[in-house]
Design a protein. Structure first.
Length: 128
């Protein structure tokens, strides 16, 4: 697997069901966060940060535009600090990582500025 050459600034929430079969996920770990290649609604695969504690996916507005995803409701989102960002909520997304697909996903479309930098160094993990 070739190293990725873009900054992973998108966020993928992953929930695990113990009844599901195990799957291997290949990820980059250069930024000290697991990064996987995700396709949104069948679009080109782009790097996402995997955050098992997140409550919603974050999708950069340019990635959403290319995948023909539009948000409906507007809201102000805040992270761990005091800064906020205007977001649009998109419903019923399909997100694919390799042979795994999550349907009916919800995401916040935000201006993250994807892509900006390069990353490399691939790893793999087992998702079960």
């Amino acid at each position: 697997m070739k190293p990725w050459r873009r900054l992973p600034v998108l966020l993928l929430c992953v929930s695990v069901n113990a009844a599901q079969a195990s799957h291997d996920l290949f990820f980059s770990f250069t930024t000290r966060q697991p990064i996987v290649q995700v396709s949104v609604n069948g679009g080109a695969a782009v790097p996402f940060v995997v955050d098992t504690g997140a409550t919603i996916h974050l999708v950069d507005e340019e990635v959403a535009r290319q995948a023909r995803v539009t948000g409906t409701s507007n809201l102000q989102m805040h992270g761990g600090g005091q800064a906020g960002v205007q977001a649009h909520i998109a419903e019923s997304l399909t997100m694919t990582v390799g042979d795994l697909t999550w349907a009916e996903q919800r995401a916040a479309i935000v201006p993250l500025g994807y892509p900006k930098r390069s990353t490399s160094q691939d790893c793999s993990a087992r998702r079960s």
